[in-house]
Design a binder for this molecule. Structure first.
Ligand code: C2E
Ligand code: MG
Ligand code: MG
Ligand code: MG
Length: 286
């Protein structure tokens, strides 16, 4: 008893405790309040077709606007939402919020585009996901395949049979399926054959180092080729420079997303209708 008291004190007052650990304690104690007081919100980042510069869609990315600490990134608080189970409470609300945003933007944009939602392994494993997304689709009442979910390889390979059923039900609802952070999980290429996948997102670690590492360049090129041959769309994540953009276009990558186009921003920052982007001239005549 005394010993565990002592430990707890050490945990709170250790001068060696780093900023991250302190932040975590603050987050843990405030996360419930964040949910109840609606401090969580969605930012959006555009995805652009590399042939036309037109808008392909937006990825919705969660942010926590904490009154004292400011804007907190999801890598810090999503694990806590998951450990506490609060992710199941916040998920439906966020999905609804993205759906409302899509509906509003769609009414201002002359052609359809996609809204991508991240679904963690825990959320993907939930039996309620299908009902929840169906509700969101009905709520919006837009009869186009506009909703996409992003899942990671690890969420799928935990239980391939379950994943197969879950994805097929989503497909039947008209939801598109993207594999996020492709190439970083313990991937088995067999799941690309067995699962109904529309889109592959090349992890941004490959995009970031493709000019420094010949291996990364080959991996990017191979994923683009694989996507083309399997008739899946390929999105390159983390495009920050014009050189990256140019090279991805030359490879025939379909879509890009990254700071070069826009950082994730609150919805009011986007002018609508959005795009088309003027892409660098030298490859415009392809
Ligand atoms: P992700 O889905 O792979 O999202 C892409 C991440 O890359 C985002 O980080 C985005 O801000 C960042 N990014 C985009 N373009 C660039 C770029 O050009 N350069 C660099 N350096 N970074 C770029 P973010 O917003 O911090 O999100 C991190 C992760 O948190 C996401 O990775 C996703 O796995 C998770 N996440 C975010 N929102 C949600 C959500 O609503 N639900 C769930 N379950 N997970 C979420
Ligand atoms: Mg994502
Ligand atoms: Mg990703
Ligand atoms: Mg990522």
């Amino acid at each position: 008893q005394a010993k565990s008291e002592g430990k707890r004190q050490y945990r709170f007052f250790s001068p060696e405790m780093n900023g991250r650990a302190r932040a975590r304690l603050m987050l843990e104690s405030n996360v419930r309040k964040a949910v109840s007081e609606k401090e969580l919100r969605l930012y959006y980042q555009p995805q652009i077709y590399l042939d036309s510069g037109r808008l392909r869609g937006f990825e919705a990315l969660m942010r926590w606007q904490q009154p004292q600490a400011g804007l907190i990134q999801p890598s810090l608080f999503i694990p806590i939402l998951e450990e506490t189970g609060l992710i199941h409470a916040i998920g439906p609300w966020l999905h609804e919020s993205a759906a409302h945003q899509f509906r509003q933007w769609r009414s201002q944009h002359h052609e359809t585009f996609v809204m991508s939602l991240n679904v963690s392994a825990l959320q993907f494993g939930s039996a309620k996901l299908i009902d929840e997304l169906q509700r969101v689709l009905e709520l919006t009442g837009i009869d186009e395949p506009w909703l996409e979910i992003e899942v990671t390889e690890s969420a799928l390979i935990d239980n391939v049979e379950f994943a197969q059923q879950q994805l097929q039900q989503l497909r039947d609802l008209g939801v598109r399926i993207a594999i996020d952070d492709f190439g970083t999980g313990y991937s088995s290429l067999a799941y690309l054959r067995e699962l109904p996948i529309d889109t592959v997102k090349i992890d941004r670690s490959f995009t970031a180092s493709m000019f420094e590492s010949n291996k990364d360049a080959v991996i990017v090129q191979t994923i683009v080729e694989l996507g083309r041959r399997l008739q899946m769309e390929v999105v390159a994540e983390g495009v920050e420079t014009e050189a990256q953009l140019q090279w991805l276009r030359e490879l025939g990558c379909d879509i890009a997303q990254g700071y070069w186009f826009s950082r994730p921003q609150p919805p009011e920052e986007f002018p609508f209708p959005y795009g088309p982007f003027r892409l660098p001239a030298s490859t415009a005549t392809e």
